[in-house]
Design a binder for this molecule. Structure first.
Ligand code: F2R
Ligand code: MG
Ligand code: MG
Length: 312
């Protein structure tokens, strides 16, 4: 892949993540949302304001970009102590971005001086299984050289807030899927079975294998958003949202706006599912495939361009 294509795909990932978040946020937990409602949002004149999903993805992008020059081992790209501090500082600067209840308490403890390993177990002793690790993980797919590196970086980027194994599997699932989508040419059809098999090998857990089996079944019978949400879930947990994002992409491969709209019409945690679907669709189709009017209105557009160029 030449430099221009690599940068276009990196922009596709980060702008897709942010666009899905911004377009999905107004529809969280709303029922009866149609394509017409979402298209009106895409074409409105207002700036598009992001939530915690994009805010933390920007922090992770900056972290990876800064560490790139110094890292001796690929795993050095994520410094756990530093990343935990940077995430907590982002929450402290903008607590109104719509953060989850558990992570809010953890970030407050970290800002007050509690070591992060202790802070993230203070709320849920078994760790959070929320989708916060997965929603922000896409930038690691831009810097990991292969599936093993991407999976390791995904786990490291997630474990500073999410200790539950399902949250870590969710981050790995999303990051490996973005990595696999980046490897496909924009005009290359996505073979859902092969694609899901790549992801499947990275998440060796009965629950996740079952979820991925359902994804394949739903692709085969061309399920719509309502059935997809009923079978896979559409909530703030990692297992209840990451598979739905993957399905939204696979059901609309080659048409990024439709992938985001499908995710939003599935309801529930719409900012996060649409954001993860957007990152996947942008990884496959590239920045050029996103509607210019909408991406130019993203409040973080300048930072997204900068980090995409750094990480590409
Ligand atoms: N939280 C939201 N949206 C709803 C609230 C918006 C706003 N704050 C408001 O008040 O209106 N969106 C964002 O949160 C999700 C990412 O969450 P994250 O970062 O994983 O946070 P957390 O708090 O760790 O987990 C989220 C919820 O999952 C449940 N949960 C997690 N682990 C649990 C456990 N071990 N036991 C029981 N419950 C657990 C809790 O309900 C957590 O609050 C994204 O959707 C992002 O957009
Ligand atoms: Mg959010
Ligand atoms: Mg959300």
């Amino acid at each position: 892949m030449d430099d221009t294509s690599r940068i276009d795909k990196a922009r596709g990932v980060l702008f897709g993540l942010a666009l899905g978040d911004c377009l999905g946020a107004p529809f969280e937990d709303k029922v009866g949302v149609t394509d017409a409602h979402i298209v009106a949002q895409e074409n409105a004149g207002d700036p598009l304001t992001h939530t915690d999903d994009t805010a933390l993805a920007l922090v992770l992008s900056r972290h990876l970009a800064h560490r790139r020059g110094d890292a001796r081992e690929p795993s050095d790209l994520v410094d756990l102590d530093q990343l935990a501090t940077e995430f907590a500082a982002a929450w402290h600067a903008e607590p109104w971005r719509g953060y989850g209840g558990g992570v809010t308490k953890s970030f407050r403890l970290i800002v007050e001086g509690t070591p992060w390993r202790q802070a993230i177990r203070a709320v849920y002793p078994e760790g959070s299984f929320g989708n916060g690790g997965a929603m922000r993980v896409a930038p690691v797919a831009l810097v990991g050289a292969d599936v093993a590196q991407v999976a390791e970086l995904a786990r490291r980027s997630a474990e500073v807030t999410h200790a539950h194994e399902d949250a870590l599997h969710g981050a790995v699932c999303q990051a490996v899927a973005v990595h696999a989508a980046l490897a496909l040419a924009p005009d290359e059809p996505v073979r859902a079975g092969d694609f899901v098999d790549t992801v499947r090998r990275a998440v060796p857990s009965p629950l996740w294998q079952d979820k991925l089996d359902h994804v394949i079944g739903l692709v085969e019978r061309q399920a719509g958003p309502a059935e997809a949400a009923e079978v896979l879930g559409n909530d703030v947990s990692a297992p209840g949202s990451v598979p739905l994002a993957l399905l939204s992409f696979l059901r609309n491969a080659g048409s990024p706006s439709d992938a985001v709209r499908f995710a939003i019409r599935a309801g529930g945690d719409t900012d996060t599912v649409a954001s993860m679907a957007g990152a996947l669709a942008g990884a496959h189709s590239g920045y050029a495939a996103w509607p210019r009017n909408a991406v130019s209105r993203l409040e973080a557009a300048a930072q997204l361009h900068l980090y995409a160029e750094h990480l590409a």
